[in-house]
Design a protein around this ligand. Structure first.
Ligand SMILES: *[C@@H]1O[C@H](CO)[C@@H](O)[C@H](O)[C@H]1NC(C)=O
Ligand SMILES: *[C@@H]1O[C@H](CO)[C@@H](O)[C@H](O)[C@H]1NC(C)=O
Length: 359
């Protein structure tokens, strides 16, 4: 009896957020994900941060100043940082979409998404069948096994009925269309590797009720309620989130937890939200000490309260972000994380209690 109890206790301490039945399939994926995270771990993370800074300096060469112009700009296309300079302002970008796959810098720099795969066009904004999604929907594309570069046929607003379970080796590329993922469930990257999410709007994410949800061509299972994050990165490696506008989700805008690693979050615009970015959710989960994450060139804007980011355990390079609003604090950490904050601009609110960056 005691033994049975012990076994159950062990099981509840295994990470299984959302997975109601931690079956053989999920056990295997969790194992593979752990291995991927270990493999991506940089024993000298300072080198990666230095290389990032070197790329920034290089991109400023030829200018007269190392200061960035952070004012409002309405002129022709400008690419002001080395990530954007890699792809942006190319008149033929639509013919060279996959070039983006080589543009990530920082800890997520090896993320190529679906660069070596086919294109998949989302033509249908509906999201009605969680187990057998309709071809043409976003959900049908993201669960495929093969690498895919997912694009959108036209402007669309997609309200996810339940968590969108994105599989490995995918790019979601919203360029050329105005794509909103809104007022529905979250995007979940769970035990996956190599995903780019680029150029979409995510707002109003809510907790999903859970239920039977397909996560790959060969598997679906029962999932419990989802948190209502914008993007949940759970035990996943090589993830690049770039040019995403996010606001007003029920839980975090972006959470990276359970040993997720090799992540870059860049060029995003965050507004109207309380818990913005949580990197490591648990004081007791030391497995998060592998986490190595770059947060760069983002605008933390109007109506934000805290966690930009809030870090536990890991190593986070917070560089060249623009903080124009916060109501509690900007950057925070606990459980001896390493946070390197460089080249950020902080405009503190007038409230005297919000003047400092807490560490
Ligand atoms: C640098 O400054 C010089 C003198 O003010 C100016 O003529 C030149 O155009 C500037 N170069 C750039 C790239 O801004
Ligand atoms: C993703 O792509 C890589 C490289 O092609 C491949 O080795 C790996 O098995 C793929 N991952 C999945 C889960 O399909």
């Amino acid at each position: 009896m005691l033994l049975v109890f012990f076994a159950l206790a062990m099981q509840t301490s295994t990470p299984k957020a959302g997975i109601a039945n931690f079956d053989e399939y999920w056990k295997k994926r969790a194992e593979e994900a752990k291995e991927a995270s270990r493999e991506a771990y940089e024993p000298n993370p300072e080198k990666v941060a230095e290389h990032f800074n070197y790329e920034v300096h290089k991109s400023l060469e030829g200018g007269n100043s190392t200061r960035r112009n952070l004012g409002k700009y309405k002129g022709p296309c400008l690419a002001t940082n080395p990530i954007d300079q890699c792809w942006r302002c190319d008149k033929n970008w639509a013919k060279n979409r996959k070039k983006l796959g080589g543009c990530a810098l920082g800890f997520g720099r090896k993320t190529i998404g679906g660069m070596h795969g086919k294109y998949y066009r989302v033509t249908d904004p509906s999201d009605n069948d969680m187990v057998n999604p309709k071809p043409g929907t976003l959900r049908y594309g993201v669960i495929q096994d093969e690498p895919l570069w997912i694009i959108f046929a036209h402007d669309m607003a997609i309200s996810l009925s339940e968590e969108l379970m994105v599989a490995s080796n995918k790019t979601i590329d919203g360029r050329g269309a105005n794509v909103h993922i809104y007022n529905g469930a979250q995007i979940t990257l769970q035990f996956v590797r190599n995903v780019i999410i680029h150029g979409i709007h995510i707002h109003g994410a809510k907790a999903g009720n859970g239920g039977m949800i397909r996560d790959s061509v060969d598997h679906y299972g029962f999932r419990s309620r989802s948190d209502g994050d914008g993007i949940s990165i759970f035990g996943s490696t090589d993830i690049w989130i770039d040019h995403i506008s996010m606001s007003n989700c029920e839980d975090g805008l972006i959470d990276a937890v359970m040993g997720s690693n090799a992540i870059t979050i860049s060029n995003c615009h965050f507004t109207k939200h309380n818990d913005v970015m949580l990197l490591g959710a648990s004081d007791s989960y030391s497995g998060d000490s592998v986490m190595q994450i770059t947060v760069a060139f983002n605008h933390f804007g109007r109506g934000l309260v805290q966690r930009m980011p809030r870090v536990r355990w890991g190593f986070v390079h917070v560089v060249n972000n623009d903080y124009t609003h916060w109501e509690m604090y900007a950057i925070g950490g606990s459980q001896h994380p390493t946070i390197i904050s460089q080249g950020n601009r902080f405009i503190a609110p007038s409230d005297p209690a919000c003047k400092e960056t807490f560490m």
